[in-house]
Design a protein around this ligand. Structure first.
Ligand SMILES: [Zn+2]
Length: 420
């Protein structure tokens, strides 16, 4: 079973969009009141109110204010749940030591409040979807659906409006059957980087693919626009115009990155026979830690394409659909450790792209070294010793490139002479 989300546009007519906005407004009011209640109780009595308390008060609220009866009951509940989730993530971040995080804020009236239909309240046929509501106008909320959802289990439907392009979207969350995963004895380890992804298999064959960087192309444009905007008076016509253009460019850049990630992850999975894909997790926090001056540009790179987490997500669900599995392991120290002798360097600046081991003489591309270590770590953690032995001998037979010349590491020559 794989949980997937499909998003597409719907085009409501005038009457439907009026109804949608009124339903959204009702949810927004409830959200804001519930938030105010939480804030008030906490500020004046130091008391915390739970989702359950607020949900139990709903029947009473509906009796007092008939407006809340207009929205489908589950949607109202999901509104409160959304607030609860916002608070949970806020407290979670606080607990993990992030003190820049802010508590949930009130929702403005210019923004459409997402209507979330969980489990019920919608009827899907082969070509249409219909939503329940009790708005007095009795307008039918019936929209065409571009895909057939009758063969899958639909869990949740969200109806929202993109504030930027003013279009309405449906996000349908559904579960789909997938082939059962079988370990076929083939593995592929990935080192995900900022500029390139490096993969290695048990035969120690490397596969590299460069990461497309649309942000590099857009960055100068964004900067010049920002500069020009900052010279305008705030809220002036020109300021608004520049902001608009800036947003459109940033959107375009994000879309291009996302599109590329979809294609790349798909290609990866199509081109590998391995059923198990191992990915070293790269935490941006760990990468940006450090006080070295030259790290500035690298930091920017990490943050801008800080979509590596999303790349892993895409890879994971696409793999599941093919009956493959993605395993994420901790990649700490994998780039600092020598792939052959295990010697660990104390300091290895990010700018150094070649790994050179002083102990065994290994000279190898930094990312390839990391990929080998990720594979080794995975095999030894899971006690796959036959694979481990096979991989070790493959790694030992690697030839190493030093200053453009291919050489055999000295320790290999030594061992060869003693054996013969
Ligand atoms: Zn070494």
């Amino acid at each position: 079973m794989v949980t997937l989300t499909r998003k597409f546009t719907v085009i409501p007519d005038q009457q439907q969009s009026e109804v949608l906005w009124e339903l959204s407004e009702t949810c927004r009011l409830l959200y804001n009141h519930a938030l105010a209640e939480r804030k008030f109780l906490y500020d004046s009595y130091n008391k915390r109110i739970t989702y359950k308390d607020q949900q139990n008060a709903l029947p009473h609220i509906k009796k007092l204010f008939p407006r809340y009866k207009q929205v489908y009951s589950k949607v109202i509940q999901m509104t409160l749940k959304k607030l609860d989730a916002a608070y949970r993530s806020f407290f979670g971040l606080l607990k993990s030591g992030d003190h820049t995080t802010r508590p949930p804020s009130f929702r403005g009236k210019n923004y459409f409040f997402t209507l979330c239909y969980n489990q019920s309240g919608f009827a899907i046929t082969q070509h249409t979807i219909q939503f329940s509501h009790k708005h007095p106008s009795k307008t039918e909320l019936l929209f065409p659906v571009p895909f057939d959802f009758t063969t899958v289990v639909v869990k949740q439907v969200e109806l929202f409006q993109d504030h930027y392009d003013q279009r309405y979207y449906l996000a349908i969350v559904y579960e789909q059957d997938s082939p059962v995963y079988v370990d076929n004895g083939l593995y592929q380890a990935f080192d995900l980087g900022i500029t390139k992804h490096t993969a290695v298999n048990l035969q120690s064959k490397f596969f590299e693919s460069t990461v497309k960087r649309p942000d590099k192309y857009w960055q100068p444009r964004v900067q010049s626009l920002q500069q020009r905007r900052d010279h305008c008076k705030k809220h002036s016509r020109r300021h608004r115009l520049f902001s608009q253009r800036l947003r459109s460019i940033q959107r375009k850049c994000a879309n291009q990155t996302k599109d590329w990630q979809h294609k790349q992850s798909k290609n990866f999975l199509k081109n590998t026979k391995a059923n198990t894909i191992i990915v070293g997790e790269l935490s941006p926090k760990q990468m940006t830690a450090g006080t070295l001056k030259y790290q500035k540009s690298v930091n920017r790179g990490v943050h801008n394409t800080g979509h590596l987490g999303r790349f892993i997500e895409l890879l994971t669900y696409k793999a599941q659909l093919l009956g493959k599995r993605v395993i994420v392991i901790d990649e700490r120290a994998t780039s600092k450790t020598c792939a052959v002798c295990g010697h660990k360097k104390i300091h290895l600046p990010l700018s150094e792209r070649l790994y050179h081991c002083e102990i065994c003489g290994l000279a190898i591309d930094r990312d390839q070294n990391a990929a080998v270590n990720i594979m080794k770590r995975f095999l030894s953690h899971n006690a796959l010793w036959t694979g481990y032995q096979q991989f070790l001998s493959a790694v030992a037979n690697l030839r190493y490139t030093v200053n453009g010349k291919t050489t055999v590491p000295p320790y290999l020559i030594d061992r060869g002479s003693t054996n013969s």
